[in-house]
Design a protein. Sequence first.
Length: 364
Amino acid sequence: MSLKLSVIIPTFNELDNLDEIVKRLELILNKVSWEVIFVDDDSPDGTASKAKEISLSDSRVRCIKRIGRRGLSSACVEGILSSSAPYVAVMDADLQHDEGILPLMLHALENEKYELAVGTRYMEGGGVGDWEESRKQTSQIATIISQKILGVSLSDPMSGFFMIKRESFDLCVYRLSNMGFKILLDIFVSSPKKLVFKEIPFQFRQRNAGESKLDQRVIWDYFLLLVDKTIGQYIPTKLVSFACIGAMGVGVHLMVLGFVLKILQQPFAWAQSTAVILAMIFNFNLNNILTYRDQKLTGFKFYTGLLKFMLACSVGALANVGVASVIYKDYGYWIFSGMAGVLVGVVWNYVATSLIVWPKKINK
Ligand SMILES: Nc1nc2c(ncn2[C@@H]2O[C@H](COP(=O)(O)OP(=O)(O)OP(=O)(O)O)[C@@H](O)[C@H]2O)c(=O)[nH]1
Ligand SMILES: [Mg+2]
């Protein structure tokens, strides 16, 4: 029987879920030829070793271990690219996705001429279980934004549970943003032709073992995915992230300035210097966590990075003032001059810090 289905499972610290998920796949996929590919980002709990151990006695189980990398979407893409089955499914390791609908998904793609089958939580028969109200709302808002801004017609574009025909995936792979958590949305929007899809409801279950990796950064990643899918062809997404954090830094600067000046009653130069330093630390931190999440500096490198960041941004500030002054002298429009200075400063800071603070490493 030739291989029909590859199930791609991204993992990070999912050691205690592997045996159970393989067992469940075996039970539910007993009529087809299948394989499962765990794509693990070098989990500290040894998930990859466990997956490889299972694969020694079960050749349907494979594992890709990625070193120095993080990211759910990119893990899924690499898993899909490593397989050759005509149908590929993506699902989580923690048993929240009901494997019971995999045969229905396969049937839809094989026999009903659909190209994509999506497990949806927002249809009659589906549900999100006992999520907290805040998570429900965040998910709903993200869904509405995707539907309105990106024109996505899926009822649950945030779902991470789907099956797609390989030929359909191959058509969109070069256009994928490969960022963050939302791989289905990325695939759907990147497809050069509208994918013919079927939605199949399922109940999102409680996580089995292990801890959630869902945190506030996922929201920022989602925002960047939206940016990439709308204006990404004109402006680098990381620059947008850097500039937005810079704008927040201005807020921090003004708050500190006001506090030191008015509440602590310190001289202006002292207040302004404190504000500059704290705003830079704030900006460095947020960029390290959000913009350069994949190259995050920790330990000693965090402090040397901060120092380099401050030096680079000081040069940026000089460039900002220099350019603004020249334009103001020549043309006299203060808003225009100020904005031009800010633009030059932001671009300089972005380029300089991306080269000296968070350089792309070839070998990690
Ligand atoms: N390879 C890889 N897998 C990841 C990464 N982050 C999350 N995952 C996996 O992606 C799947 C979804 O992550 P979860 O933490 O379960 O996210 P969630 O289901 O939205 O959130 P919970 O409901 O809290 O579980 C799980 O199988 C994770 O192990 C990552 O950076 N790299
Ligand atoms: Mg989960």
